[in-house]
Ligand binder design. Structure first.
Ligand code: DX5
Ligand code: ZN
Length: 221
């Protein structure tokens, strides 16, 4: 199994010290950037300008999670802002055809394409479309807020995805987002995740780099 990817979510960072907060997780593989529009989810976060600021601070992979309506109108903006991976929600696009067209568009810009699914959205309709995506992001909380409780039943979705990816011989990454901590990361890795978003579990610690390392160790076991 490839080395786990740890992606700290800056949603949980102290925005008054954003530069320091990004540098504090210098040993993380990716940086997770949560974009919320107040419509697709009942919360607002930040947009392309902050994404660009973060891109200017670090060379780490920017893992941009779009929790917005009409993502097709925004992917170019986020690619220009420095996104290395753009993840949109399947619930935010018109249909499966639109999702595949959007994935192709993202890849066409030289950016990795990901889709995300909310806890109540079934994964089955997407299992024969995985080759269009570099990454599948399973939400293990309702999107919109950091600091929520992990939903262990989402690991069934991860296992279903893992089996489909392996059967088809694909290298699509499975990422999990929401409530990932020292208590939940090992079970997520065992179910088949390779990439792990963590907000509060990293940013609420005094030593953030040590928190990243601890999560990586627990995911590797
Ligand atoms: C939730 C966001 C998550 C959030 C995770 O809608 O997509 O990325 O920042 O925060 P924690 O790790 O605190 O659950
Ligand atoms: Zn996220």
């Amino acid at each position: 199994m490839p080395a786990p990817i740890i992606s700290p979510s800056i949603l949980a960072a102290d925005f008054s010290r954003l530069g320091e907060e990004v540098r504090a997780v210098h040993n993380a593989d990716w940086i997770h950037v949560d974009i919320m529009d107040g419509h697709f989810v009942p919360n607002l976060s930040f947009g392309p300008d902050i994404t660009k600021t973060v891109d200017g601070i670090t060379d780490q992979v920017l893992d941009v999670h779009l929790m917005i309506e009409e993502p097709e109108k925004w992917v170019e903006t986020y690619a220009e802002a420095g996104a290395d991976c753009i993840i949109f929600h399947v619930e935010a696009v018109a249909d499966e055809h639109a999702a595949l067209a959007l994935a192709d568009k993202i890849r066409g810009m030289g950016v990795r394409a990901g889709f995300s699914i909310k806890p109540n959205t079934p994964i089955e309709p997407w299992l024969d479309k995985l080759e269009h995506f570099d990454l599948a992001l399973v939400m293990s909380v309702e999107p919109g807020f950091g600091g929520q409780k992990f939903m262990p039943e989402m690991l069934d979705k991860v296992r279903t995805l893992r089996a489909a990816i392996d059967e088809q011989g694909l290298d699509t990454l499975i990422e999990i987002d929401g409530g990932i901590s020292a208590e939940t990361i090992a079970a997520s890795a065992e179910a088949g995740c390779h990439a792990f978003v963590a907000g509060s579990a990293i940013y609420k610690q005094a030593d953030k780099a040590a928190a990243v390392e601890e999560l990586r160790q627990l995911a590797s076991q």
